[in-house]
Design a protein around this ligand. Structure first.
Ligand SMILES: [Zn+2]
Length: 266
């Protein structure tokens, strides 16, 4: 629901410009200030969306879209760099706010009849008054899995990991597919092996732009590593004491690798 906060409300703010988070020279993340202190945002009164509560204050999203804040006080920080430093509560709010902003930016017109869409005020959805078509924020489930073989873990380097980072295997769930089927298919497609003994681990919203990563631990069953050469350019079994560059601990991939380490070192 869009609203205008009162000038003297002390709140937390997630302010977005394009794919950046607007900062006022403090720690990256949610800004704590009064609405009246956001002088550059006055034109957006009535465009504010509440995304939750944080430390006993309301937390609001303000999406400037392609408009620059135009204030010398502000800095812009990338979403990924911002999320890396957050507590899990703040992470969740920022991820949610970013996904909502992305949803609103990409659902301005009806996909069925082409008329303008409107944000409804009883739930988070965009509605076309012309044909009744309704859209909800998009969430794309992806599986991500750590595969253990004796005392080793399978890690792969994706084509897009320019830094040379090796990570756990991951991929989008396809229409009509269960999460478990997606794990077996992705692992076979990307690394050419079969896995068994899938155990649900945990999940993590990954707002780049709207994935829900569903983590599994798995054991090697059969086959030799054979990478697809498309998404994955290299994959190997690694011992825990000779890991390559891996994802940070805040990511579910980093957590899956740590969980596998604990299984191995048991
Ligand atoms: Zn329509």
């Amino acid at each position: 629901m869009k609203l205008t906060p009162s000038a003297d409300e002390l709140a937390y703010w997630l302010i977005l410009h394009q794919d950046k988070v607007v900062q006022l020279g403090e720690e990256p993340g949610l800004l704590k200030c009064h609405w009246s202190a956001l002088d550059f945002a006055a034109a957006y009164a009535g465009e504010i969306i509440k995304i939750g509560e944080y430390r006993q204050h309301n937390c609001y999203l303000l999406d400037l879209g392609s408009e620059s804040p135009g204030s010398p006080r502000t800095e812009l920080v990338g979403l990924r760099a911002t999320l890396m430093t957050q507590s899990s509560d703040a992470y969740q709010l920022i991820a949610r706010g970013w996904q909502l902003a992305h949803f609103l930016r990409t659902h301005r017109y009806c996909g069925q009849c082409g008329r303008s869409m409107h944000l409804v005020d009883w739930e988070l959805a965009m509605l076309c008054h012309g044909c009744g078509h309704r859209c909800y924020p998009r969430i794309s489930p992806c599986i991500i899995t750590a595969i253990r073989k004796d005392k080793q873990i399978l890690l792969a380097q994706g084509r897009h990991h320019k830094s040379g980072m090796f990570s756990t295997l991951a991929g989008f769930v396809e229409s009509g597919e269960s999460l478990e089927q997606a794990v077996h298919r992705e692992v076979m497609e990307e690394a050419g092996i079969e896995v068994k003994n899938l155990r649900y681990f945990r999940s993590q919203p990954w707002p780049f732009p709207h994935q829900l990563m569903v983590g599994f631990l798995a054991d090697y069953a059969d086959g030799e590593i054979k990478v697809d050469g498309e998404e994955i350019i290299e994959a190997h079994w690694f011992s825990m004491d000779e890991l390559p560059l891996i994802p940070p601990a805040f990511s579910i991939s980093g957590q899956l690798i740590e969980a596998t380490r604990q299984l191995i070192e048991g």
